[in-house]
Every structure is written in structure tokens, then in C-alpha cells.
Write a protein that binds this ligand. Structure first.
Ligand code: NAD
Ligand code: ZN
Length: 244
């Protein structure tokens, strides 16, 4: 791993425009479980229980899951060394944009300034009837499901399975992928589409692709230049230290 850390530090030092694509794995060390894999939500739930259809059918039941499995862990979570490493890369004027699949807001909490939230954010709710938006921390959840002043039921401002990615997020992330000369791919299993295609866009435009993940992914053989196998926090710390 030492060789790869040094190689990444060198590649980052040479890069002028770095983008990062992040997934649930970068937030695991902040205590937020991923979907797939060990300790993941899908070990305990059927994904269909978190789907938009389920929410419309039985809003109270699904909102109870949101509170227990999303709101409470997200309220407690703080950025970890992985998030902070990306802040250091921005401070060194290397990292320009983060494209995250996460809905936890931890990149912004850590201090990164340009974050594309590809799957939306749980920090905001929106009314299913009139589309008015509410900041989640100001929403009264003493009554479940929480409601808009118009009486409509609130839903998280996230992209559920089967929903389309906001056009602006697609456009901006394509641009960031085309513009970067190095893309860090951190903590994503790279099986959720269309997010998993973003590193391919970067590669087609000549960027180096550096993966950080304790496991191999579908990108590892075909797309990534190399994989640094390890947790996001430790690997980011070691790369930044090697750059100094
Ligand atoms: P995923 O759950 O499919 O995969 C997580 C990946 O993280 C795996 O490849 C795993 O090997 C890796 N990993 C495990 N520990 C790690 C560590 N310490 N450091 C770095 N990587 C580690 O996640 P995904 O690819 O992001 O796709 C699932 C979808 O789940 C995303 O669309 C996202 O919206 C959503 N999600 C978000 C959150 C969040 O906001 N924190 C949490 C769960 C799921
Ligand atoms: Zn409303």
C-alpha cells in the first residue's frame, strides 16, 4: 500500500483539476451505515420498504423508518478524516468539485464548497402536494408523517429508486468529470446507475482514476488506474501526509 500512497500523492501533486466521486463508504466512519455490505441497511430491510411507492401507500410507517434509520444517525454524525482529507485537497487548490451520492451533508459540514448532491439531500424535505421546501431540522416530527402548512405530506428531498436524477446534477457532474484530470472515487460500490458511469466519463476525457475502497468494485479492473485498498480516513490521511 505504501507504493500506492506515494503514487497517489505524486499524481495529486501533478494534477491541476481534481474531482471526487463519493459514496456511502466515506461516511461509514461517521457512523452512518451503507446500503450494501456489512452492517448495511439491506441486511435489515427490503429496499422496497424505503421506496417512494411505500411512502405514498403508508406514509406513517415509512416515516418511522426515516426517523430511526436516516434522521437520527444523520443528526448525530460528524465529518470524519475521509471528509476532512478532501477539505485539505480543496485548501491546496487541487480539488474543485465533489460529486456525492450521499444524502448526509457531511462534505459541506466538513467545509468543501462545491458539492453536487447527485441523489439529493436529507437536509431538506418537500411537500408532495405543493412542493414547498422545509429544512429538516426545523420540521416538527412529533407528528408522523410531518406535514406542510397546506396539509400535504412531506417527503425527503432525495432521489428514491426509480426516480430521475435532477437534470442540473447530471449536467454539472458530466462537466466536472469532463474537466478534471484526476478523479478520486471514494467509498462507492459503483453499482448504482447512472452515478457509476461518471468515472468512465472522466477516463474517456483523459483523467486518471484513483479508487479508495477496502473492496474491489466493478470499476477496479476496467476503469480505475489503481485501487488503494483501505478505509477512506486512513488512506486520505496518508496521502495528504505524503504530499507534504
Ligand atoms: P454502497 O452502500 O453501495 O457501498 C459502500 C461502499 O463503501 C462499498 O464499496 C464498501 O466496500 C465501501 N466501504 C466500506 N467501508 C469503507 C471505508 N471505511 N472507507 C471507504 N469505503 C468503504 O454505497 P454507494 O455506492 O454510495 O451506493 C448506494 C446508495 O446509497 C447511494 O446512492 C447513496 O445515495 C445511498 N446511501 C447514502 C448514505 C449516506 O448519505 N451516507 C448512506 C447509505 C446509502
Ligand atoms: Zn404543501
Amino acid at each position: 500500500m505504501d507504493d500506492l500512497i506515494r503514487r497517489a500523492a505524486k499524481d495529486l501533486a501533478a494534477a491541476r483539476n481534481v474531482a471526487a466521486l463519493t459514496g456511502a463508504g466515506i461516511s461509514i466512519e461517521s457512523g452512518i451505515p451503507p446500503f450494501r455490505g456489512k452492517g448495511g441497511l439491506w441486511e435489515r430491510y427490503d429496499p422496497m420498504e424505503f421506496a417512494i411507492d411505500a411512502l405514498m401507500r403508508d406514509p406513517a410507517k415509512v416515516w418511522k423508518l426515516f426517523v430511526k434509520e436516516l434522521k437520527e444517525p444523520l443528526d448525530r454524525a460528524k465529518p470524519n478524516e475521509g471528509h476532512k482529507g478532501l477539505v485539505k485537497l480543496e485548501a491546496r487548490d487541487k480539488l474543485k468539485t465533489i460529486i456525492t451520492q450521499n444524502i448526509d451533508g457531511l462534505h459541506q459540514a466538513a467545509g468543501n464548497t462545491d458539492v453536487i448532491e447527485y441523489h439529493g439531500t436529507f437536509a431538506w424535505q418537500r411537500c408532495m402536494d405543493c412542493h414547498k421546501k422545509y429544512e429538516t431540522r426545523k420540521v416538527d416530527i412529533s407528528e408522523i408523517p410531518p406535514r406542510c402548512e397546506c396539509g400535504g405530506i412531506l417527503r425527503p428531498n432525495i432521489v428514491f429508486f426509480g426516480e430521475t436524477i435532477p437534470a442540473q446534477a447530471i449536467r454539472r457532474s458530466r462537466q466536472a468529470a469532463a474537466d478534471c484530470d484526476l478523479m478520486l472515487v471514494v467509498g462507492t460500490s459503483a453499482v448504482v446507475q447512472p452515478a457509476a458511469m461518471i468515472p468512465g466519463i472522466a477516463k474517456d476525457n483523459g483523467a486518471k482514476i484513483v479508487e479508495i475502497n477496502p473492496e474491489r468494485t466493478p470499476l477496479t479492473d476496467d476503469i480505475s488506474d489503481y485501487l488503494i485498498m483501505g478505509g477512506a480516513g486512513e488512506v486520505m490521511n496518508r496521502i495528504v501526509a505524503a504530499m507534504d
